[in-house]
Structures are given as structure tokens and as C-alpha cells.
Design a protein around this ligand. Sequence first.
Ligand SMILES: C[S@@+](CC[C@H](N)C(=O)[O-])C[C@H]1O[C@@H](n2cnc3c(N)ncnc32)[C@H](O)[C@@H]1O
Length: 240
Amino acid sequence: MKQSTVSSWDKVWQQNEKIGSYGCSIRRYAATKFKIYLYQKWGVELNNKVKVLEAGCGEGSLIVELVKSFNVQGHALDFSPQAIKRTEELAIENSVNVRCEEANILATPYKDNTFDVIISNGVIEHFTNPKEPTQEMFRILKPGGKLLLMVPNTYSYGVIDRLWQTLKGEWPFGYQKEISPSGLKKIALSSGFAVERVESILRPNFPQDREQMTRIVKHDNFYRKLFPKWGFFSWIVAVK
Ligand SMILES: C[S@@+](CC[C@H](N)C(=O)[O-])C[C@H]1O[C@@H](n2cnc3c(N)ncnc32)[C@H](O)[C@@H]1O
């Protein structure tokens, strides 16, 4: 099975303050606020009794903010040492406690039925068989626990951008295959989950976005008027 590599992600997370880069912290904080806005809109319970894992946490801004704002019991996992280093530093900077693990999402170090909520954004599209990481998340989620899963959508101008960057040899993220909202639902169902919510979400522009991203947002907004499934993100809320 193909998957993206630790070295490609380490490079991404090293470019933290480069303007327009994926790892730019100002842009990432705005994206985090957007994700939290959606979780609240969808009524996801977040408080000090809720044990949350972010699987594929990147630089950690989401899990750090969830601990800071809602006092959740925060856990973070990523296979990139650079991502884990940034998450640990961000947690210290914000005086919050996040338990971090450097590990592959295919074989996590957690016992069965550990978490109340698992969040995984932008991770399973990096596997030729996205069911494998989804099944591992099923194993470590408590019965009744929620999985909040987001991937880039097949029905987005973002796909053209990936193909173009790949052609130019500039695609930084390794293997990726976008997934439609209904495709994401199928993966969750076949991994044992019930699916509560299926969404196609348009991406807002965030500060420090690269120029091409602004164009993608504009195109996606236009095509959404013609096709309701169109949107940069596929998102589901699933229950074990
Ligand atoms: C697109 S980034 C998403 C980061 C963050 N979740 C977000 O929403 O911005 C994907 C993250 O998943 C991590 N990742 C990719 N494959 C992984 C694997 N097999 N095991 C653990 N982490 C992985 C990468 O290191 C990277 O930090």
C-alpha cells in the first residue's frame, strides 16, 4: 500500500513561517478557528470530560486550541518528528497539556476503546487504502464515540492544482487521492461506523494563503452554484 512519507511531511513542517507555505502558523490558526466553528455548529460535545485524539495532528494548532478553549483531555499523534516537535512547543507556549505520540496511524500505541472523540483532518487521503487508518481509529474509539473526519474533496478545483503541481514536480505532500463526501461515508461504513453527518464544505480564504489557493476558492465558489456536491472539503461525523 502506498502512503505519504515522514520525510515529505518533516519538510512541510519545517517551513513554519514562510509566507504562503502550508505550515505557516498565521494561516493555520485561522484554519483551526474555522474547524472549531464547524464542530460547534454541528453540536460536537467538547469539555473537560471528553478525551480527544487528533490523529495526524500536524503542527498541533487544533488540538492545542481545543484544550485551551474547551479544556478537553488532549492527545496528539503524528508520524513526523517535526510535527510532534511543533505540537509540543505550541502546547508549552500556550501553557496547556497535550500528550503527544510520534507513531504511524496504522499502528497506534493506544488500547482498544480509549477515546471519546477522534479528529483526523487531511490524513486518510494519503493512503491507497484509506480504510486501513479508518479501521485503526475505529479500534481505539470508545463505543458511542465520535470520529470527525475530513479530507480534500474530489469535486474541487484543488484536484487540478494537485495535478498541476505534481506535473511541475512541486507537489510537497507525497501520495494523495481526494475523496468525495459519499466516498468518505462508504469508507466509514465499511470500517464499522454509523455515519451521522456528511458534508461538502467550501473553503474560506485564510490570511497568508498562496495565490493559487485564492483562485481555487474562487472557482469552487462558482462551481458550487452549479453542483451542490462541490466544495474543497469532504467532512463526515461518524459514530462507533
Ligand atoms: C495534511 S496534514 C494535516 C494536518 C492537520 N491535521 C490539519 O488538519 O491541518 C497531514 C498530517 O498527517 C500526518 N500523517 C500522514 N501520514 C501519516 C501516518 N501514516 N501516520 C501518522 N501521521 C501521518 C502528516 O505528518 C501530517 O502532519
